[in-house]
Ligand binder design. Structure first.
Ligand SMILES: [Zn+2]
Length: 256
């Protein structure tokens, strides 16, 4: 019986994404990793496969256990995750959005974070890096604002078969963006080099595979996409941060 970890109950079956058939043919061809469109919605709480997977990942990685008392920045917070994270009682739970639609969300630009250096324990910015014009700047800002040892979780769609991330020289119209990047407001499609962006900003970490972190979680039971890895990175302790910076002083990700 499928079990929803967000509303904590068994459910009859997962519901498909209502617009699954509108997926870009290029995304199909490239077998882009993102949502599982066939096991998308929980019929009870209407959370998505991405919500469920992230909550499972954050629990398995011990991140939720560190939430009480932490200073957390959650960009464009997913409503279900916002509720679950808030219930863990972080000391400061800052909910940010470039275009906030709720009164308790602050207007925050990921490329120019309004926080002191070394001030955040955790940054959650899912499905944002494919929207920002300068992901290097955004990740550099996250690195600056995180405390040493602080963590960033940044789920992002990507195409593992692409050697390099690709962008267009100018922002394409909505129809072209949907075809090339999978959504009308995406400005790039990340490739297998996505990890290089994080490392170039001085962050450590990698994409952790489902089977490594959640070996007992059957995707069909929990309604999540086993191909979606956990994007988890951290700011190294000070000495290591310097050595990482020495290694990649001006590292820029390669573009096709
Ligand atoms: Zn649910």
């Amino acid at each position: 019986m499928p079990y929803c970890c967000v509303c904590d109950q068994t459910v009859p079956a997962w519901l498909p994404h209502p617009h699954a058939e509108q997926r870009s043919p290029l995304m199909r061809l490239l077998d882009t990793v993102g949502s599982d469109l066939s096991m998308y919605l929980c019929p009870s709480c209407h959370c998505s496969d991405r919500d469920r997977h992230l909550w499972l990942y954050m629990n398995a990685a011990g991140i939720t256990a560190q939430l009480p008392g932490a200073t957390v920045l959650h960009m464009a917070p997913e409503p279900h995750l916002e509720r679950l994270i808030g219930a863990c009682q972080p000391a400061h739970y800052i909910r940010g959005d470039l275009h906030p639609t709720q009164a308790h969300h602050e207007r925050i630009n990921l490329e120019a974070l309004p926080f002191d250096d070394n001030s955040l324990d955790l940054v959650i910015c899912n499905h944002i890096l494919e929207h920002v014009y300068h992901p290097n700047k955004a990740l550099s800002e996250i690195h600056r604002a995180l405390k040493p040892g602080g963590i960033v979780v940044a789920q992002t769609p990507y195409a593992p078969c692409l050697k390099h991330t690709f962008e267009t020289k100018t922002v394409p119209d909505a129809q072209t963006a949907h075809l090339l990047f999978g959504q009308a407001d995406h400005v790039r499609l990340f490739g297998d080099d996505i990890v290089d962006y994080f490392h170039a900003a001085g962050l450590q970490g990698d994409l952790l595979k489902h089977e490594a972190l959640l070996p007992k979680v059957l995707p069909a039971d929990y309604g999540c996409n086993a191909r979606e890895p956990f994007f988890v990175f951290w700011k190294p302790a000070a000495a290591t941060a310097q050595s990482q910076a020495d290694k990649t002083p001006h590292a820029e990700p390669q573009h096709a």
